[in-house]
Ligand binder design. Structure first.
Ligand SMILES: *Cc1c(COP(=O)(O)O)cnc(C)c1O
Length: 384
């Protein structure tokens, strides 16, 4: 193995998750698979492949580079949508290749119209409206100007969607804010419809909104974290929990496992310090395994003396500081431990499991952040 660790992506877990999501949103709603952040660390190419194999035909990227990767790896001519960054200089490429993109300001709209005219081909756009997230989106008092421009340029624009994003649908603390957003979205929608502007799709819901606010499920949902087998928050899970059948209390399955192996072993004496500084002193004679995964690989320094890994099916502690390229693990209590033995950083080994959440909890990182910080150059492979 050239690399120090590798990541496995489970196809059967993915198809299980899509089945569950469909059972929640209904069969006729389009699922857009959100693949920003290198598909939440899973790898865009892998995710497109397994998603298309279970019938997903719509993907959401944040930026042009990601959208291009989706299109290059797609074998089913799936639709690709960009929800965030587009440089005006990339507009001709997007229009030519029928990649749709969010428009949330006049500058981008005018540029899209302009390029569409030059190319003689419609730009495929989604109008994002401001409902209370306060990141991007047309303001309520820009709607007349927007309407006028959409009408005037209707030959150059395909109105693929009217969309917005909710500010924290995963927490009940945001309930009032979300309700106000839903209301404002409908005001926009009705206003456009009253003025004879119709969109191909109306889409607002992410994973948490789809689970906790079913009224936000419209023609399409944009599903990120749930397809990868994680609840947007503990709260979203609790909310759903009581509705789940007794034998199906755990309907989302993690796709990702992260594995390495023991690089070397060393015996140390009671009183010896391990690694940099003096954060760990051996309280007995010990055997220490070096595992070639460090903070440069996404195993955070904050897991020094806190992290856990699995070896021989046992949960073992990281001792001393996490270094750039390796960690030290206390294997004193294992029998017949040897160089090359498998080390599980995230995933299952025999009867024990380290979940992404438990890996993250000791450092306050949320699933989203931890996953997307897994470096691109760790090899990912699809397993069944
Ligand atoms: C990231 C994102 C989503 C998906 O969110 P999840 O919580 O991962 O389901 C949906 N819509 C937009 C605009 C996003 O940025």
């Amino acid at each position: 193995m050239e690399h120090t660790s590798y990541i496995e992506i489970s196809k059967s877990a993915y198809s299980n998750n899509i089945r569950f999501i469909k059972s929640q949103i209904g069969e006729n709603v389009t699922i857009s698979s959100v693949i920003k952040g290198n598909a939440y660390g899973h790898g865009i190419e892998n995710t497109v492949k397994i998603a298309e194999s279970v019938g997903i035909r719509h993907f959401s990227a944040f930026s042009t580079d990601e959208a291009i990767r989706v299109q290059k790896s797609s074998t089913k001519n799936s639709q690709v949508m960009i929800m965030g960054m587009v440089d005006n200089e990339n507009l001709p490429y997007l229009i030519e290749n029928e990649i749709s993109f969010y428009v949330f300001e006049m500058d981008r709209l005018e540029a899209a119209v302009q390029k569409s005219k030059e190319l003689g081909k419609k730009a495929m756009i989604h109008i994002e409206v401001e409902t209370g997230f306060h990141r991007t989106g047309y303001e309520w008092d820009e709607k007349e100007m927007l309407l006028e421009s959409l009408k005037e340029n209707s030959n150059h624009l395909q109105l693929c969607g009217l969309c917005t994003h909710y500010a924290g649908a995963e927490s009940v603390a945001n309930y009032v804010r979300i309700q106000n957003q839903i209301k404002r979205y409908h005001e926009f929608k009705n206003w456009f419809n009253d003025n004879e502007i119709h969109f191909d799709r109306y889409h607002t819901a992410c994973s948490a909104a789809s689970f906790s606010y079913p009224e936000t499920i419209m023609d399409m949902v944009r599903i990120g974290i749930a397809q990868y087998g994680f609840w947007p928050s503990q709260e979203t899970y609790m909310f759903k929990f009581k509705q789940l059948a007794p034998n199906k209390k755990n309907p989302l399955k993690r796709l990702i496992s992260w594995k390495s192996s023991i690089m070397s072993l060393k015996k140390i004496k009671i009183g010896d310090f391990i690694g940099y500084g003096n954060s760990y002193m051996a309280a007995r004679d010990m055997t220490i395994a070096q595992v070639p995964v460090g903070y440069c690989h996404g195993f955070g320094r904050s897991l020094s003396n806190l992290g856990k890994v699995l070896i021989h099916g046992k949960t073992l502690s990281v001792v001393g500081n996490v270094t750039m390229n390796s960690i030290s693990v206390d294997v004193t209590d294992l029998k017949n431990v040897k160089k090359g033995d498998e080390v599980v950083i995230i995933g299952r080994q025999k009867r024990n499991e380290i979940t992404v959440a438990s890996f993250g909890e000791s450092t306050q990182q949320v699933n989203y952040e931890l996953l997307t910080r897994l470096p691109n150059d760790i090899p990912r492979k699809i397993v069944t």
